[in-house]
Design a protein around this ligand. Structure first.
Ligand SMILES: NC(=O)c1ccc[n+]([C@@H]2O[C@H](COP(=O)([O-])OP(=O)(O)OC[C@H]3O[C@@H](n4cnc5c(N)ncnc54)[C@H](OP(=O)(O)O)[C@@H]3O)[C@@H](O)[C@H]2O)c1
Length: 277
């Protein structure tokens, strides 16, 4: 692929996480631009990653191949309005949670758009990112993969609505896993380990099991069945989980997350429509 340029509009947490991984792959800092109104943040970007920094958009953007919209959803309309005239030819990648393609289209006046829903483990290159792109961006898939590849795994969605499922499973997923680690850690402390030991037991268990599941040819349900002999210790623990409705509870939690994601997208849409009147 020829050398391409990219600008991150918004130099916050997410831009920093993505750029920190890009510069470890085959991206050069010279080809990455960041726009942010906070001078201190810009200085940090420039020093840490050797990227080009700007305190506002401008005609220089007309030469850029792609723009990543990395501001908060409520900041998006102003950010787009301030740069729209220079983004006609660019591929637009939006990481703004819940903001739908139809609204991005309406704000941008163009259709070459990709939505990405990453999660926070991408900071260490172990994230997973859901992607959905319009037909107009069909030729851009390779480029999009190049942007996010060093962040972790990438999953393409067939339909835009599936991004809400990505939010429910993997976007908010790290928080569920942290909660699970807390539960293991608390039990370890109750059984006499100090906090450090209990945390090590908990984290190593989650990490090791996830890695085993990743490397194994067998599905997780099979791996679970293999370590659960009837009448044994694991069987007793899983019996309690089943009696307390663990799987139903997890499904309800993710349904609530997905519903909330749809509600936020709808609220953004209604707000945008109300401004048209
Ligand atoms: N955090 C997550 O786990 C996660 C996961 C997936 C997706 N996302 C999405 O990622 C996006 C970015 O989130 P974040 O946590 O990185 O946000 P953030 O840290 O607040 O970063 C946004 C940056 O953009 C700046 N900014 C906003 N409007 C601007 C403008 N018109 N001109 C110049 N600079 C401007 C902000 O400045 P000020 O601080 O001065 O406003 C801030 O420095 C959000 O849309 C979010 O939905 C987040």
């Amino acid at each position: 692929m020829n050398r391409k340029t990219i600008v991150f509009y918004g130099g916050g947490n997410m831009a920093s996480a993505i750029i920190s991984k890009m510069v470890t792959s085959d991206w050069s800092g010279e080809d990455i631009h960041v726009i942010d109104r906070n001078t201190e943040k810009l200085e940090r970007f420039s020093k840490q990653f050797g990227v080009q920094v700007h305190d506002k958009p401008g005609s220089w953007m007309a030469q850029i191949d792609s723009v990543v919209l990395a501001v908060k959803p409520q900041q998006l309309p102003d950010a787009i309005a301030s740069a729209k005239e220079w983004m006609d030819e660019a591929l637009i990648i939006s990481i703004a949670a819940g903001v739908r393609i139809e609204d991005l289209r309406a704000m941008l006046g163009q259709n070459r758009i990709c939505r990405a829903m990453p999660n926070t483990p991408m900071k260490i290159g172990k994230g997973v990112c859901g992607l959905y792109a319009t037909a107009e961006a069909d030729e851009d898939h390779l480029f999009i993969v190049k942007v996010f590849a060093a962040c972790g795994d990438l999953i393409w969605c067939d339909k835009e609505e599936m991004l809400e499922g990505v939010t429910a499973v993997s976007g908010s997923g790290p928080a569920y896993v942290f909660r699970f680690i807390e539960a293991l850690e608390n039990a370890g402390i109750r059984y006499g380990f100090n906090e450090v030991q209990a945390r090590r037991l908990a984290i190593a268990t989650v990490l090791g099991s996830a890695e085993l599941a990743r490397q194994s040819d067998e599905p997780p349900a099979e791996l679970r069945a293999k370590v659960t002999s009837k009448g044994g210790t694991t069987y007793e623990a899983l019996k309690v989980m089943q009696e307390r409705g663990f799987m139903e509870m997890m499904q309800d939690a993710m349904d609530a997350c997905r519903r909330r994601s749809a509600e936020l997208g709808e609220a953004f849409h209604e707000n945008l429509e109300s401004k048209k009147d």
